[in-house]
Design a protein around this ligand. Structure first.
Ligand code: ZN
Ligand code: ZN
Length: 121
């Protein structure tokens, strides 16, 4: 009776980018030489690999960072809305004139909300 030995113990993952080099780091998605040629996420600095962690908008971020920003966006909008309501909008309601800086900041904020509503030109 012979014992069959499979070679499953030596499964090597090839780099999906070049298909040649092996992954040299345990949790790396591509080999080191490919990683150095790839674009890197402007937020966290990790290499962006197509179909693995590339983002939907291709805006220089990995999908993790893009997703976090996407998820946080409504919270930012709400916080800004509240801030306006409690500060400059209060001033306006009491006929307190806004400073140039406040006017500018308010206009900028309102422009962002218009974009969110899809009304921006
Ligand atoms: Zn490679
Ligand atoms: Zn990132």
């Amino acid at each position: 009776m012979t014992t069959k030995k499979t070679s499953s113990a030596t499964v090597r993952k090839l780099c999906p980018q070049c298909g040649e080099h092996l992954h040299t780091r345990a949790n790396a998605s591509v080999c080191v030489c490919c990683e150095s040629k790839l674009p890197h996420c402007k937020t966290c600095g990790s290499a962006i690999v197509a179909t693995i962690n590339d983002s939907v908008f291709g805006d220089g971020e990995c999908n993790g960072c893009e997703y976090r920003r996407y998820k946080l966006q409504p919270e930012f909008a709400e916080a800004l809305d509240r801030l306006l309501e409690q500060t400059v909008d209060q001033d306006l309601a009491y006929d307190i004139e806004l400073t140039e800086g406040e006017k500018e900041a308010r206009a900028k904020s309102l422009a962002v909300f218009e974009k969110l509503d899809g009304n921006a030109a």
